[in-house]
Unconditional design. Structure first.
Length: 423
């Protein structure tokens, strides 16, 4: 295996040829360079001196040139051009797999390049406006570059928010709110596989929002998504919830991301008063969640059922988020789902357990505790979970979350534990 110094020397020799003969106007030479980079040892990409090499700037500028040609309607029908257009972003993805405090600033300087971000914004604007590029298989290149950007932005190792990316976020929101998104979502639910356009719009764009650190400055964007997607998505889920056992991994993945971005607006603005129509469709969503979870609980060994496990892991935290709205909390309490949530809390999955406890802490009533079966089940589950996490240093966050649940249930539940369990 070559040492990093040997690789850098090889890069330097490429640069010498470039500067002397403008070799990189030869697309075949660029292709050979990329192929050599793709197969390099993974550890090299942790090294700031390696990724700061000027060759990577040359590759980025080549990609920008090809992106501009593609956006302006040029056909990249040459095999080498197509290879570069798809593979240069793969180099950036490879680099984004090795983000560290030492190299994050260099990577951002390379990829968060203003002319490149501006060109990507133009592509997003056209997709949002008329669905341009969604039928073009070469949109896979956008998919790759956005995944590299997403990983870099998500890292937050330098605690800096690049203002260039604010417009990028807003344009991705516009794509999600477009009529093309709804059409593609409805068509994709009956297909076995996504095409490149569906993958970009339904998965990459939603995943960007799903994994993006959101705060109050994004509140209106999330409300815009809710206004566009809540009605069609809740109606679709109501129609399809009885046949959830037929869903594939692709549907459950988009379900997870859509549920999250549709409930995130509640988390950021939990005291907002929902209008009548919005309240109705959230209630419809809750009904579907409860119906699916109730059916899952009846499955023998749901923990061993990957689909059941995935759906419980998606629906339980989003059900908790919706309870944060006073209006939706009242609706959920009226559905009397304590027994269902107790069954979820008994699932051997830490995240599902914790979110079930969070839900219980908000919906449990004194009447629930008067039911002997409920009271002992609740006490046993909380003691079981407390015992499991209290001495595990890796579980401290869950331990404190559980204590917060107990605190919010103090008058009803703390006395229940004392009298039922210790007296």
């Amino acid at each position: 295996m070559e040492s990093i110094e040997q690789v850098k020397q090889s890069f330097d020799s490429f640069l010498t040829k470039y500067d002397e003969k403008n070799l990189f106007t030869d697309i075949q030479s660029i292709k050979e360079l990329i192929q050599s980079i793709i197969h390099l040892n993974e550890t090299y990409f942790y090294e700031p001196d390696f990724i700061n090499h000027r060759l990577f700037v040359i590759l980025r500028d080549w990609y920008l040139k090809l992106l501009q040609q593609w956006r302006q309607g040029a056909l990249l029908d040459n095999d080498d051009s197509c290879f570069l257009f798809e593979t240069i972003p793969n180099v950036f993805i490879k680099m984004s797999n090795h983000i560290s405090e030492k190299n994050v600033s260099i990577l951002k300087e390379l990829i968060f390049y203003k002319p490149l971000i501006n060109e990507l914004n133009k592509c997003l604007e056209e997709i949002a406006l008329n669905g341009k590029y969604l039928q073009d298989p070469q949109i896979k290149s956008l998919d790759n570059i956005f995944r590299a950007i997403q990983r870099l932005e998500r890292s937050r190792l330098d605690n800096k928010i690049d203002p260039l990316l604010i417009t990028l976020f807003d344009n991705i929101v516009k794509c999600i709110c477009s009529s093309s998104f709804i059409e593609m979502f409805m068509h994709s639910t009956t297909q076995e596989n996504d095409d490149a356009g569906q993958k970009f719009l339904l998965h990459t764009c939603t995943d960007y929002i799903y994994s993006h650190p959101t705060d109050q400055q994004h509140k209106q964007s999330l409300i815009d998504i809710r206004q566009s997607l809540l009605r069609p998505f809740s109606q679709w889920l109501a129609q399809q919830s009885t046949s959830f056992h037929l869903w594939n991994n692709r549907i459950t993945a988009i379900l997870r991301q859509l549920c999250f971005i549709l409930t995130l607006s509640i988390q950021l603005n939990r005291y907002a008063n929902l209008d009548k129509e919005t309240l109705h469709y959230y209630c419809q969503l809750i009904d579907s969640f409860v119906n699916i979870l109730s059916s899952i609980i009846q499955i023998e060994n749901p923990v061993n059922n990957k689909l059941a496990q995935s759906l419980m892991g998606t629906l339980t935290p989003n059900l908790y988020t919706m309870i944060l709205s006073n209006q939706l909390e009242k609706y959920i309490k009226g559905k009397h789902i304590t027994s269902l949530i107790l069954n979820l809390a008994d699932t051997e999955n830490d995240e599902i357990q914790l979110n079930a406890f969070r839900i219980l802490s908000l919906i449990i009533t004194e009447q629930d505790t008067k039911n002997d079966s409920n009271s002992m089940n609740i006490a046993n589950l909380f003691i079981k979970f407390l015992t499991k996490v209290i001495d595990d240093s890796n579980q401290m966050l869950r331990f404190y979350n559980l204590l917060r649940c107990l605190k919010s249930m103090f008058t009803i539940f703390y006395k229940l534990i004392l009298f039922e369990y210790f007296v």
